[in-house]
Design a protein around this ligand. Structure first.
Ligand code: GUN
Ligand code: FE
Length: 450
C-alpha cells in the first residue's frame, strides 16, 4: 500500500518557537517519495500497517537510540568555495574576494577541477544531513552544469545560479562576464540547460537568477536579471547589506539603501533569498516583509565579514522569513548543526554585548537571544519557506527528506526537549546513520564514524 514505512521517533519544527515530537510513529511514504500518512502508536491501524510493511520488506525501523529529523535546507552556499573552506578567513570581505575568492572561482574554467570539488561537496552536504541547497556556482556554465549533474547523481535537491558579475570597477578582468549582454545571454542558456537536465533526471534542479551582489554588477545587468527572473518566474539569490563596506558602497553609488536598489531592479520578490542582512534597518526589514523576500542568516560567516550580528529574533518576531546558510567559504563549516550552534551563540553575544568597558546593560541588545528550537526552525521549515518547497518538515504532504541521527547515551534523565537540544548541540557527521531525499536513500554511514 505504501512504498516505504519508517518506524520511529521524530522531531519536526511547528513554528519558530515550537518543536513537535512524534514518539513511536509510522511515517508512510508513497511511490513519489512523499509523506502520505503519519500513524501514531495509539491508532487502530498501527500494528496492521507496520506488519504489512515488514512482510513486504518496506519497513525501515529506527534503533532505540536513533531519531528521525527533517533533512536540512542550506539557503546560502558558494559551491566553488568548498575548495577553500576552512582557509583564508583573515581578511575583510572586499579584500577576501580579491585576494582569495575570485582567483579560486576562476579555476572553475577547468571542468576536471570543478568535477573534483563538486563531487566532494555534494557528498559532504548529504553526509551532514543537508538535503536541499541554494547554491552560487561560478560565472562558467560548464562548471555550473557539472554541479547540477553531481547533485542529481548523488540525490541532493539543488537550486543553482550562474553567477553574474560584469562591473569592471569591482571585478578583476580574469574573472568577470564580458558585458551585461553576455552575462544575460549566459544566464538564459543556463536556465534552458537546467530545465533540460531536470527533465532528464527527474530530480529537483532549479536555475536561480544570481547577481553576485550590487558592487559586482552594472545597472544594465541588474535590470536584465530582474526581467529574466520575472519572465521565467524563477528564484533569485544575492547578498544584501552584508558588511559595513558593502552597505556603504551601495549608498555611495545610488544614494539609496541596498534593499531599495535591489527592489528597484525587481530583485526583491517572494522567491528571492538575500544573504546576511547584518546591516538591514527596520525599514529594510519591513520592505523584505512586504515583498516576502527571505533572509539567509549565515552566522559563522557573519563573525568574519558581517561587522554585526543579524537580529534573528527581532526579524522573526516582526514576521520576516529567515532561513539558515553555511555561506561556504565565508563560513568554514558545511554543517548546519555547526551553524545552528553559532546562531544561538551569536544571538547570546548580541544580547550581552562584548565590550566589558561598557556598563552591563549598555553593551548589548536586550532580548536578542534565540533558542536552539528557533535555530532548528531556521535550518528546516524556515529554509523551506524561503525556497517555497514542500520540504523541511515531517508532515503529510511534504517530501520524504530525512536524516537519521544517533543520540549520545543519556547520563541523566532527559525530557524530549532536552534530548533534542543535546542532539542539536552534539551531532556531528559521524552520528548521522543515513539520509533520504524524496524517499530514496542518498547516504549511508558505513563505519559508524567519519
Ligand atoms: N559578496 C559577494 N560575493 C561574496 C561571496 O562570495 N561570499 C560572501 N560571503 N559575500 C559575498
Ligand atoms: Fe555569500
Amino acid at each position: 500500500m505504501y512504498s516505504q514505512v519508517i518506524a520511529g521517533t521524530y522531531f519536526t519544527s511547528k513554528d519558530d518557537q515550537t518543536v513537535q515530537v512524534g514518539e513511536n510513529m509510522l511515517i508512510c511514504i508513497d511511490e513519489q517519495g512523499k509523506i502520505v500518512r503519519i500513524i501514531a502508536h495509539s491508532e487502530p491501524e498501527f500494528q496492521q500497517v507496520r506488519q504489512a510493511a515488514a512482510e513486504q520488506h518496506h519497513l525501515l525501523e529506527l534503533a532505540g537510540n536513533e531519531r528521525l529529523l527533517p533533512g536540512f535546507v542550506d539557503v546560502h552556499i558558494h559551491a566553488p568555495q568548498w575548495a577553500q573552506a576552512g582557509l583564508a578567513l583573515d581578511r575583510s570581505l572586499n579584500d577576501w574576494l580579491n585576494t582569495y575568492t575570485f582567483p579560486l572561482e576562476s579555476r572553475f574554467a577547468d571542468d576536471q577541477f570543478a568535477l573534483k570539488v563538486y563531487a566532494s561537496l555534494v557528498q559532504t552536504l548529504l553526509a551532514n544531513g543537508t538535503t536541499t541547497a541554494l547554491m552560487f556556482g561560478t560565472i562558467y556554465n560548464s562548471s555550473n552544469l557539472i554541479l547540477a549533474q553531481q547533485a542529481a547523481k548523488f540525490g541532493l535537491r539543488a537550486l543553482i545560479g550562474k553567477v553574474a558579475m560584469d562591473d569592471p570597477t569591482q571585478t578583476p578582468e580574469y574573472y568577470r562576464d564580458e558585458s551585461a549582454t553576455a552575462a544575460l545571454q549566459a544566464t538564459q542558456e543556463f536556465i534552458e540547460a537546467m530545465f533540460n537536465l531536470q527533465q532528464q533526471t527527474q530530480t529537483t534542479l532549479l536555475p536561480v537568477i544570481t547577481p553576485r551582489f550590487i558592487p559586482s554588477c552594472t545597472n544594465e545587468l541588474l535590470h536584465g536579471l530582474g526581467e529574466l527572473a520575472k519572465r521565467y518566474d524563477l528564484p533569485i539569490q544575492s547578498h544584501c547589506s552584508e558588511s559595513d563596506w558593502e552597505d556603504q558602497y551601495v549608498q555611495d553609488r545610488f544614494g539609496k539603501r541596498d534593499a531599495d536598489v535591489l527592489d528597484q531592479f525587481g530583485l526583491l520578490t517572494e522567491q528571492a533569498v538575500m544573504a546576511h542582512g547584518t546591516q538591514l534597518t527596520d525599514e529594510d526589514l519591513s520592505l523584505f516583509r512586504q515583498r516576502q523576500t527571505a533572509v539567509a542568516h549565515c552566522p559563522i560567516s557573519n563573525v568574519y565579514f558581517g561587522n554585526a550580528v543579524f537580529p534573528t529574533r527581532k526579524a522573526l518576531q516582526a514576521g520576516n522569513q529567515v532561513g539558515l546558510g553555511s555561506d561556504i567559504s565565508g563560513g568554514f563549516s558545511p554543517s548546519l548543526y555547526r551553524n545552528m550552534q553559532q546562531a544561538v551563540m551569536s544571538s547570546q553575544m548580541l544580547t550581552d554585548g562584548v565590550n566589558s568597558e561598557l556598563a552591563t546593560g549598555q553593551r548589548g541588545v536586550p532580548d536578542s537571544r534565540i533558542s536552539m528550537k528557533t535555530a532548528f526552525y531556521l535550518a528546516t521549515k524556515g529554509g523551506a519557506q524561503a525556497l517555497n518547497l514542500p520540504v523541511g518538515a515531517i508532515e503529510v504532504g511534504k517530501q520524504a527528506d530525512f536524516q537519521v541521527v544517533k543520540l549520545a547515551p543519556a547520563l541523566t534523565t532527559e525530557s524530549t526537549d532536552d534530548e533534542l537540544e543535546r542532539l542539536l548541540y552534539q551531532t556531528e557527521s559521524k552520528d548521522i546513520s543515513w539520509v533520504m531525499v524524496g524517499g530514496k536513500r542518498v547516504y549511508q554511514n558505513q563505519k559508524g564514524h567519519k
